[in-house]
Design a protein around this ligand. Structure first.
Ligand SMILES: *[C@@H]1O[C@H](CO)[C@@H](O)[C@H](O)[C@H]1NC(C)=O
Ligand SMILES: *[C@@H]1O[C@H](CO)[C@@H](O)[C@H](O)[C@H]1NC(C)=O
Ligand SMILES: *[C@@H]1O[C@H](CO)[C@@H](O)[C@H](O)[C@H]1NC(C)=O
Length: 211
């Protein structure tokens, strides 16, 4: 997929949003087997001997996994993580672009200041994007850890309704602050580097560039 950046006018936010979700989804799919191996290999030594996987390295782990559990074993447990990757990528990139456009097109209220396309604007837009992405992914994370901890009652909807009844909707945002501490700086740095790369790219190839 080609997303045109500027020159012919910026790509609409909706295109970036969809491209980000697709990228997150593909990343999630590609990363899943590695995640499974990582978890199995790092936790093998704390497992009872007869339940160990005994993978001697990642490659034999991968072949054993496919041999014993089939190709679909590679995608075990992917649903929740994939949903998270898609939500996170989409909300980060989509909201960053939206905030950037808003800040560029409108004067700031109260201080009556027009921000320029620069570091300050990129910082403000990425902090806002990190806030949105955290607010969207935090409930999914809370739900996922509840599901992992739950014994017996494991249907997501059941866990959700029980917790909503017992604790109210606030439970969905219990992990918000630690999630923001993790995702916030990550988002800001990512977009600031991205903008600098874009600027560098533009000076090297001024005429016509696509990403
Ligand atoms: C790993 O090795 C242990 C003991 O050596 C054995 O009990 C266990 O069944 C092995 N696991 C697999 C998946 O072969
Ligand atoms: C899903 O993500 C969690 C936390 O990042 C990770 O521990 C787990 O291994 C992942 N699951 C799969 C199947 O990749
Ligand atoms: C998008 O998803 C990938 C793969 O799941 C993840 O590693 C990456 O950090 C995400 N990127 C953004 C911008 O959220």
């Amino acid at each position: 997929m080609k997303v045109h950046l500027s020159r012919d006018g910026p790509a609409p936010t909706s295109h970036l949003f969809i491209a980000a979700m697709v990228a997150g989804g593909l990343g999630g799919i590609a990363g899943n087997p590695a995640d499974i191996l990582l978890v199995r290999m790092t936790s093998d030594s704390v497992r009872p001997v007869e339940q160990r996987y005994n993978y001697s390295n990642a490659l034999t782990g991968l072949t054993t996994l496919v041999k014993e559990e089939g190709v679909h074993g590679l995608f075990r447990g992917m649903g929740t993580n994939l949903t998270r990757a898609i939500l996170m990528n989409g909300s980060q990139v989509g909201s960053y672009d939206l905030f950037k456009q808003l800040l560029l097109r409108n004067r700031l209220p109260i201080v009556d200041h027009q921000m320029q396309d620069g570091l300050l604007l990129h910082s403000v837009a990425s902090i806002l994007a990190g806030t949105v992405a955290t607010t969207i992914t935090a409930p999914a994370d809370v739900l996922r850890s509840r599901l992992m901890a739950a014994h017996g009652e494991t249907h997501p909807l059941q866990v959700l309704t029980t917790a909503l009844r017992n604790e109210g909707p606030r439970f969905l945002f219990k992990g918000w602050t630690p999630a923001f501490i993790r995702l916030g700086p990550n988002t800001v740095l990512m977009f600031i580097f991205f903008e600098q790369l874009k600027k560098g790219w533009r000076t090297i190839f001024p005429a016509n560039y696509t990403v």
